[in-house]
Design a protein around this ligand. Structure first.
Ligand SMILES: *Cc1c(COP(=O)(O)O)cnc(C)c1O
Length: 350
């Protein structure tokens, strides 16, 4: 190892993304991408981009994009922050709101980046165990002595809490920041965005990667009070003022303008999820009730690793987490009906 590596980076464990095979003809159900293409309005906006546009820096204020998001959610553009994926929004939030040594709380089984950012930024992180049925035990989050991150619906479990239940947590921690990661909220959940004017300790984070089929464009957003957004902007302008490129900006605006396509495709994915969950259960699987574009399921006969390998041998890629409590489960993204049928057909007879 080079002698120039900082102690913090030496000691850090990194986030491990799902495999992105280049070629190989896999049915790819391992990183919760959308099986449908983005809105035709996105494709048109990209195609119609003037040839000389990329020579100019993008608008660092991202105003047109913020307005499009604000319009969709009936907000003011001052309540919107945009980032290069919601991962960057989360990272900026850690920078903007937490000082070194601060306490932060999140579930023991949740999105891996919370732990990674905690160590990257030198925070004191505490993991709160999920209940035995994998629900987030929200009563554990009432009156904490630190800030908190909650993915709702949670990943990789897919389990969901209502807005009312989330509001109780926000209310019980008036002097702590509550960051709610709603990466999967569009697949049947109720967003906490309408609560941001009532609570100045709430930041809601969402992404274009899942429900809007733009994972490859890298675009996410944070919604909160203008004061929170201003702090996020300060971080961004200190690190990378041009964090959203011209193509991504155009794609994001067009996506927000096509509500019909967004609603139609998310509805289709939810319908496929419900059918696929029932089919798995009929084959003896334990399937957690999902409000996301994936299911978290366990076979009766094969271990998580065995089934992962079995499917991979048949060119179907799903996600297996080799960590305590969930190693018998697989996280299976919801693809098209045909893709899910292919998976069901490939399963070993139980
Ligand atoms: C996918 C995901 C994200 C990150 O999405 P981006 O592609 O960076 O926008 C954030 N949180 C959760 C829980 C996710 O599953």
């Amino acid at each position: 190892m080079s002698r120039f590596i900082s102690k913090r980076i030496q000691e850090m464990s990194v986030y491990v993304p799902g495999e992105q095979p280049q070629g190989g003809n896999f049915i790819k159900l391992n990183t919760n991408e959308n099986p449908y293409p983005p809105s035709p309005m996105v494709t048109a906006a990209l195609r119609e981009m003037p040839a000389d546009k990329p020579k100019l820096y993008p608008d660092p204020s991202c105003m047109a994009l913020k307005r499009a998001i604000a319009e969709f959610y009936k907000l003011d553009a001052k309540e919107v922050f945009v980032g290069n994926g919601s991962d960057e929004v989360l990272s900026s939030a850690f920078r903007a709101f937490f000082d070194e040594g601060d306490k932060v709380y999140f579930a023991d089984i949740t999105y891996g980046f919370y732990k990674v950012y905690s160590s990257l930024y030198g925070l004191q992180a505490t993991e709160i165990p999920l209940a035995t049925d994998f629900h987030i035990e929200l009563s554990d989050y009432m009156g904490l002595d630190g800030h908190m991150l909650i993915a709702n619906p949670n990943a990789p479990t897919g389990l969901y809490h209502t807005r009312q239940e989330m509001e109780a947590v926000i209310q019980a921690n008036p002097d702590r920041l509550v960051i709610i990661d709603e990466a999967y909220i569009d697949f049947g959940g109720e967003s906490c965005i309408p609560l941001i004017r009532k609570y100045d300790n709430l930041l809601v984070v969402q992404t274009f990667s899942k429900s809007r089929a733009l994972a490859g464009m890298r675009l996410g957003f944070g919604i909160g009070s203008p004061a929170l957004v201003e702090a996020l902007e300060k971080v961004k302008f200190s690190m990378n003022p041009y964090n959203i490129n011209q193509m991504t900006m155009a794609a994001g605006i067009a996506s927000m303008q096509d509500r019909g396509y967004f609603e139609e495709t998310t509805r289709k994915i939810v319908a496929t999820r419900e059918r696929f969950s029932a089919e798995l259960q009929a084959r003896g699987f334990t399937v957690l009730p999902s409000r996301t574009n994936f299911v978290f399921a366990k076979s009766q006969t094969l271990s998580g690793r065995e089934l992962y390998e079995y499917l991979k041998d048949r060119k179907i890629l799903v996600r297996h987490f080799d960590v305590p409590r969930i190693s018998e489960y697989l996280r299976i993204s919801i693809g098209t009906d045909q893709e899910m049928d292919a998976l069901l057909a490939a399963l070993p007879q139980e």
